[in-house]
Write a protein that binds this ligand. Structure first.
Ligand code: AHR
Length: 500
């Protein structure tokens, strides 16, 4: 029998709710046809699909990043404000499509307010100018009697939006990015922008554009140059493979990237005497394997996510919880239609397999990450299937087949343990042992599973991968249960008052 020992006294980090953030981009059917679809029977009077918004609300996302992604590097925000009929249509060179600009800044702000989520905007550092970026910031946050703040008022919004998070470009390192830059060019430009933008609004938090956190010729250069001027360092990761083990284990590249980038940030802050914190945000992450980026909007990256992907997503979230000392924000890429937990159709929305682990983790993860000790079979990942993303992770193994993270409430009355059985063949009987507290009542167990690793939810079978809830008697300091092959179990337990 496997054993998971949880010591609730040993707190390893304060979980930041912003790790349950999301990302939507003007790409494919994410906005047009996903979030916004006038004429749909689900649309409200402003054209927003309420079924999509309700499904997003079920993910309890505290922060939402927009408008890109690659799209932002040729996006002029001013095209997307003011009377809709007067907004210009523009060619979007990132995704090869016409952007009609019907869903812009004010619509996004309303959307965030309706969802109770914080907006995170990204500046165009490709074709955009500093002047344009300063104007956008003033449009959103300006309080004085100035042109851009007055334009916002003229568009019906008296109060400033008070947007806190602003990204200094998106993936500026790649030659696929409109106006891409070398690390040195980016660092010099981002420093100039940061100094100027904080003069417009010193309360904002700026996010430097990182790569995957592992590159000496980008991450090391940019961190060293910008640590003084920014509040966040952004990293992106996509993983995925047609091989189940590679699909779920590639996610552990996050551990390596956090070690490296975390050390670079700590070293640069120390050397330069930087007192303010610089946290990591994984502001794009997800599984992405089956669909390729063919750069045609409409048929683009509408990934069909499997149960195996759901376990990979759960593993990402477990890692963010375990590494909550350095990761303070993460944004699932993306949320609707494009690489998404939510797919829209004429008759409503479909929740893909990855929707469910995200929803229950976001809803029930507690404030403090606590130490776990896991004794279970391990898997040596000797044959990597990494043709798509080139993540090599076998040296990080052998990997426990059970991936575990635990959190408790600050007052020590609730414990939530997240157990992912990545083993596609065997169920595992586990004993959950509480080293320093006891169960104090019935335990809720939420299970996500399916018939096989490649199981998907489809329009005519939407609940193949879903959540089942059950209850177990809880008393004493141990609990036994079986975790099925290829499944995710969230154990939600009332516990005795936490010992000091
Ligand atoms: O999420 C899809 C794309 O992936 C984003 O636009 C880009 O930032 C990343 O390469």
């Amino acid at each position: 029998m496997a054993q998971i020992t949880v010591t609730t006294d040993r707190v390893i980090g304060q979980v930041d709710r912003r790790i349950f953030g999301g990302f939507i981009e003007n790409e494919g059917r994410a906005i047009d046809g996903g979030v916004y679809e006038p004429g749909s029977p689900f649309a409200d009077e402003s054209g927003v699909r309420t079924d999509t918004r309700d499904a997003i609300a079920g993910l309890s996302m505290p922060v939402l990043r927009w408008p890109g992604g690659n799209f932002v590097s040729a996006y002029h925000w001013v095209d997307g404000v003011g009377p809709r009929e007067a907004r210009p249509s523009r060619w979007d060179p990132a995704w090869g499509a016409v952007e009609r600009n019907q869903f812009g800044t004010d619509e996004f702000m309303t959307y965030c307010a309706d969802l109770g989520t914080e907006p995170y905007l990204c500046f165009n550092m490709g074709t955009g100018t500093l002047d344009e970026a300063m104007a956008w910031l003033e449009y959103c946050n300006g309080t004085e009697d100035t042109h851009w703040a007055n334009l916002r008022r003229q568009h019906g919004r008296e109060e400033p939006y008070g947007v806190t998070y602003w990204g200094l470009g998106n993936e500026m390192w790649g030659d696929f990015q409109i106006g891409h830059l070398t690390a040195q060019e980016y660092a010099a430009k981002a420093k100039r922008w940061a100094l100027a933008l904080k003069r417009v609004d010193p309360t904002i938090q700026l996010v430097a554009c990182g790569r995957d956190g592992l590159q000496a010729d980008w991450d090391a250069v940019v961190i060293e140059a910008l640590v003084k001027y920014v509040d966040w360092y952004s990293m992106h990761i996509y993983t995925g493979s047609d091989d189940h083990w590679s699909n779920v284990l590639q996610v552990h590249q996050v551990d390596r990237a956090l070690d490296y980038a975390g050390a670079l940030i700590a070293g640069a802050r120390y050397r330069q005497g930087v007192e303010h914190p610089v946290h990591i945000t994984y502001d794009e992450w997800n599984t992405w394997f089956a669909t390729r980026n063919d750069r045609r909007r409409g048929e683009l990256v509408q990934e069909r996510h499997t149960l195996s992907d759901a376990l990979a997503v759960a593993t990402y979230l477990n890692i963010f919880v375990r590494r909550s000392d350095v990761v303070k924000m993460a944004n699932l890429a993306q949320v609707v239609n494009v690489l998404a937990p939510i797919v829209t159709g004429p008759d409503g929305v479909l929740k893909q397999a990855i929707y469910h682990p995200f929803a229950i983790a976001a809803a029930h993860t507690q404030d403090l990450a606590v130490d776990t000790y896991v004794e279970c079979p391990s898997y040596a990942h000797t044959v990597e299937h990494n043709d798509r993303w080139k993540h090599t992770v076998s040296d990080l193994g052998p990997f426990p087949v059970l991936d575990v993270a635990a959190t408790r409430s600050a007052d020590g009355t609730r414990l939530v343990v997240s157990v992912i059985n990545r083993d596609p063949e065997s169920e595992h009987r586990i004993s959950l042992v509480l080293a320093d507290t006891a169960l104090a009542g019935n335990v809720t167990v939420r299970t996500i599973s399916g018939p096989h690793p490649l199981a998907t939810n489809e329009w005519d079978a939407p609940d193949v991968v879903g959540v089942q809830e059950s209850a177990l008697d809880g008393s004493g300091n141990a609990l036994e249960l079986t975790v099925g092959a290829c499944s995710y179990v969230q154990i939600d337990a009332p516990i005795g008052a936490h010992r000091d």
